[in-house]
Ligand binder design. Structure first.
Ligand code: CMC
Length: 429
């Protein structure tokens, strides 16, 4: 790997720019000095050609459909690892040894309970509030309860905050669900695996015994692995930007949750299922395919397309398998939504419009179907995404804070508004 340079001719001046290679994937043209030397900014709305940071965590090759965490392919991690192992990998850069894994699991499970006073915080929300609204509020409120882990300059406090968020997110998510349906909160059970404990907190009731189905617990764990990190997507960039100002980690993750909520990002799994319900029956699919192709119709096939993947999303492949495992375990055969989903997938994969634009089903297309079969209402889908993505957000936030070159993120703009003009008193307007 050698550095090279690029030449830019601008305003009659020639400027030499450093080209920095990555360990794999595209190089970047370092334009940090551009404004100082030329008085110009670059313009890249939606950041389609902009690397916002340097990172060693996750690599995506969207054309080839590759996703690596710390170099390990996502399919190998999903096949052989468990979620907490992937958390360790994302946070520390290497897979844990057996001893390290046991210690990590122990440290996470020690933090699963929520400050008891926080359970009363939930009652301030309306029961019919969207659980993502509750998540934004409650996760943001963690900084009001855990003052001893908000000093970002202290590595120990950063570590404790990280453990707390990974450990408490399932508890908070399950409480948001229980509050929504009017059932009592179920406390975490530390003898259970991370995923089984989450299912227990969501689906157990105090008056009956509950044992999580191991096939569903494994599927849940796999869903968490598949959502754990995804490079510099909108919510991760939001967390980094919020963190760049020195905001505490709980506030940064709450910002990430808010960003994730949108239907173009984490909200797509909920939107995909709502769309399947709207389509309703297989015979109506062509009508919706036509709408998706119509430039004058804002309708899009939710769960299809991706900013980075112009090939099959590698997570979608694993998710598709998991979907079938879960449906087989639960004996779901004649679900009309599933029928619509499978037919839609088939039609879209052979349709010229979708082939030409490289629009493949993404992970959200399958995760929604799986989560519905497992018993989660659609409003919980994005909550589960947030739960799993928390570790990615934290790993990226930690990497940023620990980078000695880190400075506050402050994009500039191409200003196209009014030029300077004098104030006109209201009576004269
Ligand atoms: N249905 C129909 N047409 C589509 C779709 C779709 N789902 N997605 C993109 N297109 C078309 C779009 O109209 C455009 O056509 P043209 O070039 O003729 O104007 C072309 O494909 C490129 O689309 P784009 O909007 O420029 O692409 P983007 O990279 O900005 O958008 C996306 C990516 C994911 C926002 C978009 O594909 C989309 O809205 N998909 C549906 C929502 C969805 O499933 N989101 C989940 C993303 S994966 C989970 C995550 O990472 O959060």
């Amino acid at each position: 790997m050698t550095d090279s340079t690029a030449k830019l001719e601008i305003g009659g001046k020639e400027m030499e720019l450093n080209v920095r290679p990555g360990s794999v994937g595209p190089s970047v043209v370092d334009i940090a000095a551009l404004y100082k030397e030329t008085g110009m900014f670059t313009y890249d709305p939606g950041f389609t050609s902009t690397a916002s940071c340097e990172s060693k965590i996750t690599y995506i090759d969207g054309d080839e459909g590759v996703l690596l965490h710390r170099g390990y392919p996502i399919d190998q991690l999903a096949e052989h690892g468990d979620f907490l192992e992937v958390c360790y990998l994302l946070l520390y850069g290497e897979l844990p040894t057996k001893v390290q894994k046991e210690d990590f699991d122990y440290r996470v499970t020690r933090h699963t309970m929520l400050h008891e006073q926080m359970s009363r915080f939930f009652t301030g929300f309306r029961r019919d509030a969207h659980p993502m609204a509750v998540m934004c509020g409650v996760v943001g409120a963690l900084s009001a309860f855990y003052h001893d882990s908000t000093d970002i300059s202290d590595p120990h406090q950063r570590m404790v905050a990280s453990m707390r968020m990974i450990a408490k997110m399932p508890t908070i998510a399950a409480m948001a669900y229980k509050y929504h349906i009017g059932q009592p909160f179920i406390y975490p059970k530390n003898e259970l695996s991370y995923a089984a404990n989450f299912l227990h907190m969501c689906f157990a009731v105090p008056c009956e015994d509950y044992k999580a189905n191991p096939v569903l617990a494994r599927a849940m764990d796999r869903i968490f692995i598949l959502h754990a990190d995804h490079e510099q997507n909108a919510s991760t960039s939001t967390v980094r930007l919020a963190g760049s100002s020195g905001a505490n980690p709980f506030a940064c993750i709450a910002a990430g949750i808010a960003c994730l909520w949108g239907p173009a990002h984490g909200g797509a799994n909920e939107a995909a299922l709502n769309m399947l319900a709207e389509i309703g029956t297989v015979d109506r699919i062509p009508e919706f395919i036509e709408r998706a192709k119509d430039k004058n119709d804002p309708f899009r096939l939710m769960g299809f397309g991706h900013r980075v993947y112009k090939n099959y999303d590698p997570r979608a492949k694993i998710m598709q398998r998991t979907t079938h495992e879960v449906l087989a375990e639960l004996g779901v055969k004649d679900d009309p939504l599933l029928e619509v989903a499978m037919e839609l997938e088939k039609i879209a994969l052979t349709d010229e419009y979708f082939i030409e634009k490289k629009l493949y089903p993404n992970i959200d297309f399958y995760s929604g179907i799986t989560l519905k079969a497992m018993g989660f209402p659609t409003t919980m889908f994005t909550v589960l995404f947030a739960l799993a993505r928390t570790v990615g957000w934290i790993a990226q936030w930690k990497e940023m804070i620990e980078d000695p070159h880190q400075k506050i993120g402050r994009p500039r703009q191409l200003y196209t508004g009014e030029q300077s003009r004098d104030y006109v008193p209201i009576a004269k307007r």
